[in-house]
Design a binder for this molecule. Structure first.
Ligand code: KG4
Ligand code: ZN
Length: 349
């Protein structure tokens, strides 16, 4: 049996003993499982669903079916690579939300079942907290408080991180996320889903020759939906004159799109650094893998004298290691969920 004190803090059964945490992430289209020994990542298995490529976006029903087929093998492999048996697991951390309901349901149900069988605590993790706390996997780690630009397929936020368990959103997108902007514009350019990494590659050989309008919204918020429309109208006009316009200019179009998205992000980030005077700055989420964004922010960190933290590429896009890291902080603080926990597609930050 687990032992709790009056404040619901778990009294670890074996004091000073290392704890293995199994982490599961299934919020979108990657089925991932990881094992941590305390804060050290021992394994991080990611099974990416390629099936969505041809549809230009994630098909929710297909994603949950794929998670259902993949989850057993992802967890088995994570345990095998870590060299541990299920019976050694001290806690299970799982993404509770936000994300696609059917996808989250597979991970949460699996985690709940296993935690009941093993009689170990269950930890619910906010997906975006996971992205941010991925910064604590490797050195150098940011010092608190730090600012984090979290840019993924579903979110674009500026967050003030006071501690692993205390974060505050200071700005966010009012419509599309930055990753969504890459993917939707990529679709207009005829690229498969997800287009973000492909635009990144093609942009390296192109020049930002084309200019597109992007809305400038108040405070530290962002807006990307008008940008997509402005690219659409521009392409319609040019293709009417020259049907091969996109293929003939693909690299320059990609460089232009990337340039504008990066510029939009950097303007608000720099404004926030100046206003808060916080010199510890991190980026997280799938779009943090973008070489243009990484390079530009490195330049800006020298120019404006701030310390920039960028996660290793494997921890930018969705992965269970980051969920394990966030889970580890909750484990240390004794914050656990009951087995009534349900996935929440709109989980509050
Ligand atoms: O964080 P993530 O794996 O999933 C979500 O939580 O949404 O982010 C996925 C997003 C996709 O929109 C994808 O196109 C974008 O991250 N992405 C990139 C790059 N790698 C992934 N966008 C631009 N450049 C990249 N290298
Ligand atoms: Zn994500």
């Amino acid at each position: 049996m687990l032992v709790y004190d009056k404040t619901n803090i778990l009294i670890l059964r074996k004091k000073n003993f290392m704890s293995y945490i199994l982490a599961i992430e299934s919020s979108c289209d990657d089925t991932s499982a990881a094992v941590l020994r305390d804060e050290k990542i021992l394994s991080n298995i990611i099974i990416t669903q390629k099936e969505h490529e041809q549809y230009g976006g994630v098909i929710p029903e297909m994603a949950s079916r794929q998670h259902y087929s993949n989850i057993d093998s992802a967890v088995d492999k994570a345990l095998k690579v870590a060299g541990i048996d299920k019976s050694e697991i001290a806690a299970i951390a799982v993404t509770q939300g936000p994300g696609l309901l059917g996808s989250l349901l597979v991970g949460v149900s699996f985690a709940k079942g296993l935690s009941l069988v093993l009689d170990v605590p269950l930890i619910g993790v906010h997906h975006m907290h996971g992205h941010i706390l991925a910064h604590f996997i490797d050195e150098p780690k940011p010092r608190f408080p730090f600012l984090c630009l979290t840019v993924s397929g579903g979110h674009t936020q500026l967050v003030k991180v006071l501690s692993p368990l205390q974060m505050e959103i200071l700005g966010q997108t009012i419509d599309d996320a930055a990753g969504e902007a890459f993917d939707k514009v990529g679709k207009l350019l005829g690229l498969p889903y997800p287009a973000g990494p492909i635009i990144d590659q093609l942009a390296k050989e192109g020049k930002p020759l084309f200019d597109f309008a992007i809305a400038n919204v108040a405070d530290f918020n962002f807006s990307f939906s008008g940008f997509k429309t402005s690219v659409l109208y521009f392409l319609q006009k040019e293709v009417a004159k020259n049907p091969n316009f996109i293929t003939e200019n693909l690299k320059d179009l990609c460089a232009s799109v990337q340039h504008i998205i990066v510029k939009t992000l950097e303007i608000k980030l720099i404004k926030l650094i100046k206003q808060t005077n916080i010199k510890e700055v991190a980026i997280a989420g799938g779009v943090a893998a973008n070489s243009g964004l990484r390079g530009r922010l490195q330049e800006l960190s020298r120019l404006h004298d701030f310390n920039l933290y960028i996660p290793d590429l494997q921890y930018c896009t969705d992965n269970a290691a980051m969920i394990g890291m966030a889970g580890y902080f909750k484990y240390k603080a004794g914050i656990f969920e009951s087995h009534e926990m349900t996935p929440d597609p709109r989980l509050v930050f």
